[in-house]
Design a binder for this molecule. Structure first.
Ligand SMILES: [Zn+2]
Length: 101
């Protein structure tokens, strides 16, 4: 059994498969209504999965079968994936901006 570090919970990125600090990652959630959303605060209800704030990981996460396996659902259609990609791209840009400051 893995004992979780309470201070820095780790989550596995569905893009690269590495475990990283949950706080540094972007959460994608399937809401109870079955809608995929980017959860920028990590608090939305539903089944979630995580991806690093990295364009490569994002591309991996959106590749066929990844989200559906992580979230136990049908593969999202192209519109949904484009929407997620856009929102996560924005988050990545914002994070990069904060690091620069
Ligand atoms: Zn990753």
């Amino acid at each position: 059994m893995i004992v979780a570090n309470r201070r820095k919970p780790l989550r596995r990125c569905i893009g690269c498969g590495q475990r990283k600090e949950k706080a540094a990652m972007i959460r994608i959630v399937r809401t109870p209504e079955g809608i995929l959303e980017v959860d920028d605060r990590g608090k939305k209800p539903g089944r979630g999965c995580y991806v690093c704030p990295d364009p490569d990981c994002l591309a991996g996460a959106l590749s066929k079968g990844k989200l559906s396996r992580a979230l136990r659902m049908e593969d999202p259609d192209e519109d949904t994936r484009d929407d997620l990609r856009e929102k996560i791209d924005d988050l990545i840009d914002n994070n990069a901006g904060e690091v620069r400051r």
